[in-house]
Design a protein around this ligand. Structure first.
Ligand code: DAH
Length: 338
């Protein structure tokens, strides 16, 4: 005759294999293996058995517990697998997924990144200032007198409180010198605003990289060397660079930079790309006055400054015919630079 424990095992295994779902299985587990389940009850009963019966029943009890535990685990595994395949049943895995379009950097951002990278290699640090600034930083401190045409309302966006949208990044020259004594070697990329008639080459918002280098004994040769290196890194080693005399209130002498390169679409033309010059002593004096010290004494310190038109440079490098394309967000245009 089968031992009652064997009968218990067979009953348990039957119930486990008959369990229709996970709840029924759990009920069976509690019934046979739970703290007050029947297999556990046998454990309790062991204490009452005689010396010679104990090892035999003990061994059998272990086997029964193991068999029941294994059967429950196997059945549970079945239910889990069933549940998972049920969840996947309505999904057609042969359907293509939702495509994620890969983004890319805007051509102007690419241009800025490339330019910043070149200047950083020459040891320039990044500086910045606000797009909304005051007349003093935009004009007065830059030796630009009140009667200068740039200051009139036809050319500059003024806010009702008298502040303005900066017309150039040269404001950051002043802010950088206010913030720290010389020597100074910074570039300041950023947006500028002018009330220009918008056309293929003019936009109310455009971008510049300002540069400022102040040290002892800085000369026009340093200025030329720095900007020629920059242009050749950007446009290729065969780029010709020309410096033509010009006028800016904040530099003396002042120059405009033209480039010509066979690598470019308009390779046979000189193209104006930047303004530059040696920092005017009046700019240093204005900064000293604001600082309340003589840190930028013009007898000791000299410097050069430049302003590069980023939109213009990108248009030349990528052969873009119309500045308005930069802001129209037309994917047909933007994708060409991805
Ligand atoms: N701020 C000038 C402009 O927007 C460009 C410029 C010219 C910047 C000469 C300079 C400079 O720093 O030295 O037209």
């Amino acid at each position: 005759m089968a031992h009652p424990l064997e009968e218990l095992r067979d009953a348990a295994l039957r119930e486990i294999s008959d369990a229709r779902d996970a709840q029924a299985l759990e009920a069976a587990r509690v019934k046979y293996l739970g703290r007050s389940g029947s297999v556990s009850a046998w454990g309790e009963q062991m204490k009452t058995l005689g010396k010679d019966e104990k090892p035999v029943v003990g061994k059998l009890l272990n086997e029964v517990r193991n068999a029941v535990t294994a059967a429950i685990e196997e059945r549970a595994q079945n239910f889990r697998a069933q549940k998972e395949s049920g969840a996947l049943a309505n999904i057609d895995i042969s359907l293509p997924g939702t495509p994620h379009e890969r983004g890319a950097l805007h051509p102007l951002t690419q241009m800025l990144d490339r330019s910043i990278d070149i200047f950083r290699r020459m040891g320039f640090a990044l500086a910045d200032g606000p797009d909304i600034d005051d007349e003093w930083h935009c004009f007065d401190a830059l030796n630009t007198p009140p009667e200068h045409p740039a200051r009139n309302e036809q050319d500059t966006f003024y806010l009702p409180d008298g502040r303005l949208l900066r017309t150039h990044t040269s404001t950051v020259q002043i802010r950088a010198m206010q913030a720290a004594p010389p020597p100074m070697r910074v570039i300041a990329p950023g947006a500028c605003y002018r009330r220009d008639e918008v056309d293929a080459t003019h936009s109310a918002q455009f971008h510049q990289i300002e540069g400022l280098y102040v040290d002892e004994n800085v000369s026009v040769a340093d200025l030329k060397g720095t900007l020629e290196f920059f242009m050749r890194e950007l446009f290729g080693p065969d780029t010709a660079v020309q410096f033509r005399p010009h006028y800016f209130p904040f530099t003396e002498p002042s120059l405009e930079i033209y480039v010509k390169s066979k690598a470019l679409k308009r390779g046979d033309q000189w193209i104006e790309v930047a303004g530059c010059g040696m920092v005017h002593p009046a700019v240093f004096e204005a900064v000293n006055k604001a600082r309340g010290d003589k840190a930028y004494g013009p007898e000791k310190w000299t410097g050069f400054a430049f302003g590069l038109g980023m939109d213009r440079l990108a248009m030349i490098l990528f052969d873009i015919p119309d500045i308005r394309l930069f802001a129209q967000n037309d994917l047909r245009f933007l994708k060409q630079f991805a």
